[in-house]
Design a protein around this ligand. Sequence first.
Ligand SMILES: Nc1ncnc2c1ncn2[C@@H]1O[C@H](COP(=O)(O)OP(=O)(O)OP(=O)(O)O)[C@@H](O)[C@H]1O
Length: 271
Amino acid sequence: MASPLLSVKNLSWRIQTRSILDDISFDIQPHQFVGLLGPNGAGKSSLMRCLFGLYECDYSALLFENQSLSSLSVKQRAQRMAVIHQEHTPHMGMLVKQVVALGLMPNKSWLDWPSPSDKRKVDNAMEIMDVLPLAKQEYVSLSGGEKQRVMLAQALVQDTPFLILDEPTNHLDVHYQIDLLHRVKRLNKTVLASIHDLNLAAAFCDELLLLDHGQLVAKGTPKEVLTEDRISQVFQACAIVDSYPLDENQIRITYAFHESPRNLKHHEIKR
Ligand SMILES: Nc1ncnc2c1ncn2[C@@H]1O[C@H](COP(=O)(O)OP(=O)(O)OP(=O)(O)O)[C@@H](O)[C@H]1O
């Protein structure tokens, strides 16, 4: 197997005496699409923030392409990983094409004037993400789904091997959830994305990391991670896991909408 793009060993993060992330270890291989799952408050965003250096955490190793992440400057990190946050920056008064062009910054100095090839890069990214017709529209006026595609175009311009996406499908209708994840997948980059919809995660991700109360409780393929028992234990939801009718290799999760599912075991659901 090729050496991992990202290697995380024994990562912990605490606020004062409260442990938020506890002894987390995993590798991400090049070109893998990895889903980060877990209930609200499990620590998904915190883990992503530790990876891109917003939070100072403890670890025995945090390596990107075998290089210690802590040895990289902010600009060097931004040349390696693009991050799309859950909450978008408002970018008041900026046009879509200007927001997308911000992705050029990690590879330029402040004094550099945008070149014709930069402009082509921006146009190309807008075309791939289907936001070229919105190029001259104000960013604040866009819908949630359009904003998400603009941020992906910006990440594309940033031209990094690794993408960190914090709930990329948040606020999107079902068509745009599927559309966006197909667009991300087609980029063929290494991706770590937090996703709440377990069916979407199972359909799009090569591997899943499941967090619960700051601990990594499972990692592996969707079939390995998303078992009925685990969904019941971690998400306190009753679910049946079976094969997706259009592809036997994929799993499908059906939830029971009982009034107090916490007390129900999955084998008690009438099939
Ligand atoms: N800067 C901070 N100061 C204090 N507490 C924090 C901070 N950042 C995160 N936390 C706490 O850490 C826990 C994990 O939060 P985090 O946002 O990482 O969870 P999450 O899995 O991303 O949740 P969600 O699915 O709801 O977005 C929460 O209880 C949160 O309140």
